[in-house]
Design a binder for this molecule. Sequence first.
Ligand SMILES: Cc1cc2nc3c(=O)[nH]c(=O)nc-3n(C[C@H](O)[C@H](O)[C@H](O)COP(=O)(O)O)c2cc1C
Length: 161
Amino acid sequence: MSAVIIYMSRHGCAEKAAFMLRDMYWKNVTLVNLGKSLPPALDGYDTVIIGGSVHMGQIQGKIRKFCIENEAILLEKRLGLYLCHMREGEDAVRQFNEAFSGNLRKHAVARALFGGEFTLEKMNKVERSLVENAGVPESISRLNADAIENFGKVIFHLDKS
Ligand SMILES: Cc1cc2nc3c(=O)[nH]c(=O)nc-3n(C[C@H](O)[C@H](O)[C@H](O)COP(=O)(O)O)c2cc1C
C-alpha cells in the first residue's frame, strides 16, 4: 500500500496530526504540505489522506481547490479526511461538512475531527488579539491523540494485520 497525506497547517497543528499519522505507518507514506509544494499526481497512491484546519470558519483555500479539482480521482482512492479546529459539537461538524463535499465525505473510509491548538507564540498580532479577545489568555492544546490513532488504524488497516 502506498499512501500520501496532503495537508495544510497555519500554526503546525494539522501538520502535527499528519506526522502522527505518518509515524503509525512509516513504511510508505508521503507527506505533501500544499502550502509549500505543488499538488502531487495521485496515480501512484492507493490511499489518500487530506487534512486541513479551520480559520475564520473556512478550511484552507488550496485544500478546498485541490478537493474540487481532483474529486473524480479521489473517489477512486481509499480516502481519509480530517480537520483541526477549536469549535466543538455541531459547529465543528458543520465546519467539516462545509470543508469537504458530500461526495468525498460519503466515499471516505475515515473522517475525523481532531480538535486543535491555540499556539499564541506562533500567531501574528491580529490573530493573537482575536484569540485573546475570545477569552483565550494562553496557549492550549485540545488535539485529540485518540481520534488520530483511531483514524490511522482505519485508514491503514492496522487492526487487520
Ligand atoms: C485567527 C484564528 C481563527 C480561527 N478560527 C476558527 C474557526 O472559525 N473555527 C474553529 O473551529 N477554529 C478556529 N480556529 C482554531 C484553529 O482551527 C486551531 O488553532 C487549529 O489547531 C489550527 O490548526 P493549524 O495550526 O494546523 O492551522 C482559529 C484560530 C485562529 C488563530
